[in-house]
Write a protein that binds this ligand. Structure first.
Ligand code: F6R
Length: 615
């Protein structure tokens, strides 16, 4: 999703370009940079790039390009603009298609104000109507901010920014340039993440705490804050323009796991990292002493019910969590999709623990759901993979998966770690209820063993074969019961998001209530069976499919006599309790290879973003 990077200091354009490249993993469809250079228009061969470049007499310039950042980089490299002030943006289209006109930075009519924006201005249509006589060149909600700044300018930059921001509904992180102050980036934030930093000769703004370059003084902006960023100094103001002090952020970590190494794609690398990621996650919480530091025992003792909330893959991990918490501890657990939960009439129960699952910790709907649960008076816990992400500042307690940075848009290793965390949590609840602290250690040991099994299970060839077989399918179904159904939801999402093959997950017993009419001789159906007590029922359902010509590929750890199936994938010996952690790796690899065989880029599926920061 959209990303912001900006620099005050030497080599601002080059550094800003590097900065927005670090944000690429979030997903985007166009990119742009604005910089201050009074000479630029005179010394360059602009006609070639007429449609990409806007130069204003006041010294502000904008270069924008649709598609990959490398295209923007090519223009910048050929023109080599010099500047000590630049802001850049990667855009993931929400309002208006991907195009140069809709790309950021956006500007006011005379170019005095230039703005990049993350988030959504919900009342932009209404605000547009107030700007009588102004022409709009884009379909975006963001252009309105640049236009409003110019329209409402009262001679005082900060006051104007404050007045404009107080009219905006929705969410925003804004980085703003004002042509007459070519040494400063102004930043305003409300409900979209933003960090700023400085050291002696540099000032930086970035939308993503894990992508900002290492800097001496780093600050996470709270909501309704304006920052005036210069090289060597930052001033902070609240929305009454009172100067405020913010505490320096000290938990700075640089993630160095962004190299592809021997792998052709990040997704393949990340699937191969699953065993290590599980081990690293588990080791941080493998004793009662460690886990209770992050989530005190008294919270566990007080909990009568659990509510788990997430989106997409994180929601699917939550379903696994439900199974574990109910099966191991007998605690009633509900699971909901964040964007649904927010608009439901939720009846809060006293002593409900709300657990939020989010790899990025930035998903707008999940964060809004946290706020809602806090308003209901619930205790809140996040399971997230990104230290100091926005969700960590919202919840009461945070548990970190230690999967390492996930660059591929489709989540893989983070999902396995989220599920591993639920195994540990279930053990924690059990340990507290029967007063046996060592259960955590036992569970952690089991999980490390499972990680070892995943590592030694060589499945590339099987998965490649299946990918080759299914790659030309128009549509595909995945079935299973209870935990196998939860697994099929994740398997189906992974396949469709990167292969673009339509796929649906169904509870195995539900198929004959309608959907089975879609099964014909060409339809592949993945049937998942990992639980002994479900054997007869799931097999019956798979046979029903096969009898209608469906090509059933059965993934199972059970002994199966029926040979009517198209293929049986025999899963290795492993306690059925842990089987989902292992089985999901097959489905992740099948999705990966299918995407590759179809000529897609599995790391950057069309239309998707790594962190979904709009609702
Ligand atoms: C799918 C995928 C998404 C995310 C979802 C939530 O592969 O990655 O479905 O799981 O967008 O994102 P987080 O976990 O960052 O809140």
């Amino acid at each position: 999703m959209c990303g912001i990077y900006g620099i005050v200091g030497d080599k601002a354009v080059e550094k800003t370009l590097q900065g927005i490249k670090k944000l690429e993993y979030r997903g985007y469809d166009s990119a742009g940079i604005s910089f201050f250079n009074y000479e630029f228009k005179l010394s360059t061969d602009i006609p070639k790039y007429l449609k990409n470049i806007s130069c204003f007499k006041n010294g502000l310039n904008i270069i924008r390009e649709e598609g990959d950042i490398s295209k923007l980089e090519k223009i910048i490299n050929s023109l080599k603009p010099k500047s000590k002030l630049a802001i850049g943006h990667t855009r993931w289209a929400t309002h208006g298609k991907p195009s140069i006109a809709n790309s950021h930075p956006h500007h006011s009519e005379n170019g005095d104000w230039v703005v990049v924006h993350n988030g959504i201005i919900e009342n932009y249509i209404e605000l547009k109507q107030e700007l009588k006589g102004l022409k709009f060149y884009s379909e975006t909600d963001s252009e309105i901010v640049a236009k409003m700044l110019s329209y409402n300018f009262d001679g005082d930059v900060l006051n104007t920014i404050k007045n404009v921001c107080s009219r905006l509904n929705g969410s925003y992180a804004l980085a703003i340039l004002y042509a007459k102050n070519p040494n400063k980036i102004y930043v305003a934030k409300s409900n979209s993440p933003c960090v700023v930093g400085y050291s002696k000769d540099i000032g930086i703004v970035c939308s993503d705490i894990s992508s900002i370059e290492k800097i001496e003084n780093l600050y996470v902006l709270p909501n309704q804050t304006i920052a005036e960023v210069s090289a060597g100094n930052i001033n902070f103001f609240d929305y009454n323009l009172n100067k405020i002090e913010l505490s320096k952020f000290s938990g700075f970590t640089i993630d160095s796991s962004e190299e592809l190494g021997k792998y052709s794609h990040f997704m393949l690398k990340e699937i191969n990292e699953i065993p290590t990621a599980i081990e690293k996650t588990v080791v941080d919480y493998n004793t009662i002493e460690k886990i209770r530091k992050s989530l005190p025992k008294k919270v566990i003792k007080n909990t009568k019910e659990i509510l788990i909330i997430g989106c997409g893959t994180a929601y699917h991990a939550g379903l696994m969590g439900k199974r574990l918490l109910e099966e191991v501890c007998g605690i009633k657990t509900d699971v909901d999709i964040a964007s649904e939960f927010r608009y439901k009439n939720y009846v809060p129960h006293k002593n409900t623990l709300a657990i939020f699952v989010s790899q990025s910790g930035e998903t707008a709907d999940t964060i809004k759901a946290v706020k809602l649960c806090k308003a209901y008076g619930l205790t809140t816990v996040a399971i997230t993979n990104v230290k100091n992400s926005s969700i960590c500042f919202e919840v009461d307690y945070c548990l970190y998966t230690n999967a390492g940075k996930e660059v591929a848009v489709a989540s893989t290793k983070a999902y396995n770690c989220q599920v591993a965390m639920f195994y540990l949590m279930a053990a924690y609840f059990k340990a507290v209820s029967i007063d046996q602290d060592n259960l955590i250690f036992e569970e952690a040991k089991q999980l490390v063993d499972v990680a070892k099994q995943i590592k030694s299970n060589k499945i590339n060839n099987i998965c490649m074969d299946i990918a080759r077989e299914i790659k030309d399918s128009k549509s595909l179904y995945m079935i299973g019961r209870t935990v196998d159904y939860y697994l099929s939801l994740e398997a189906s999402l992974k396949l469709k998001e990167i292969s673009y093959i339509h796929s649906e997950a169904y509870p195995a017993g539900e198929l004959k209530h309608g959907t089975i009419s879609l099964i014909d001789n060409d339809t592949f159906v993945f049937a998942f069976l990992t639980q002994k007590h479900l054997k007869d029922k799931t097999i019956n359902n798979a046979v029903e499919v096969a009898s209608r010509g469906g090509k059933v590929i059965l993934f199972t750890n059970q002994k199966i006599e029926n040979t009517n199936f198209y293929k049986i994938v025999n899963l290795p010996k492993l306690s059925e309790f842990y089987m989902p952690l292992l089985l999901v790796t097959y489905t992740q690899l099948i999705a990966y290879y299918t995407s590759v065989y179809l000529g897609n880029n599995p790391d950057k599926p069309r239309s998707l973003a790594k962190s979904v920061t709009v609702e």
